[in-house]
Design a protein around this ligand. Structure first.
Ligand code: AMP
Length: 210
């Protein structure tokens, strides 16, 4: 078995300008080579661009936004209580929990680990509000529960820098356009937007343009 310091010389993830703690987590997860979407999206996000990607489940899309968001976040970790810097909207509670776990996995070796809160239906809203109010860096949510929480006016998204729509085409049927309007109202105008969708029907193009 190769030692970590020998193996890192072989890692094509090296070319993607990720810091040592993140590369260490990649190594621990057995990620050697970036997938096609990771190769394209990671540099775009690191250079502070928006991204619109056609991505299927299984393409490695989660890491394509989680890794650069963690990288940029860790370069400028705020002093004191955590403020929400990244919001990821997903269509299902399963995907919410999976993305939250991806942030935790790749944030493991950072000098400060990000506090990640999942907002999903079927769980006590009071507990989720409490977690947010303790201070968190990353929120992963389904839109319905996020709107319930926004309506309580107890979440501050004014410091947000990254807004991700994951598997956006799966959200189209759920009255999502109206919900998106409410959510966008709560976000700062200046932010990075990342949109992942397996298909781009006209309705999705309209969402992307917003
Ligand atoms: P996703 O499309 O993000 O749901 O990822 C699908 C699966 O591929 C997940 O189990 C990931 O952990 C895995 N995966 C993503 N990127 C890589 C990579 N570069 N190398 C190995 N496995 C990966």
């Amino acid at each position: 078995m190769l030692l970590w310091h020998q193996r890192k010389l072989q890692m094509p993830f090296l070319s993607l300008n990720l810091s040592e703690p993140i590369k260490k987590a990649l190594d621990k997860s057995g990620f050697i080579k970036p997938t096609a979407i990771q190769e394209k999206v990671i540099p775009l996000v690191l250079s502070k661009h928006d991204a619109l990607a056609r991505a299927q489940t299984g393409s490695g899309k989660s890491a394509s936004f989680v890794l650069p968001i963690l990288e940029l976040w860790s370069q400028n970790i705020p002093e004191g209580k955590s403020k929400i810097k990244a919001l990821v909207l997903t269509p299902t509670r399963e995907l919410t929990l999976q993305v939250a776990q991806t942030f935790k996995t790749f944030g493991e070796f950072l000098p400060k680990q990000p506090k990640v809160v999942s907002l999903i239906g079927g769980e006590r809203i009071g507990d989720q509000l409490y977690d947010i109010q303790q201070g968190c860096d990353v929120v992963i949510a389904t839109s319905g529960r996020l709107i319930d929480i926004l309506n309580k006016k107890q979440v501050n998204l004014s410091k947000l820098e990254f807004f991700v729509l994951d598997e956006a085409d799966k959200m189209l049927d759920l009255g999502f356009a109206e919900e998106l309007d409410i959510i966008l109202e709560a976000l700062p105008k200046k932010r990075q937007n990342l949109l992942f969708s397996a298909t781009y029907p006209p309705k999705m193009q309209e969402i992307a343009s917003r």
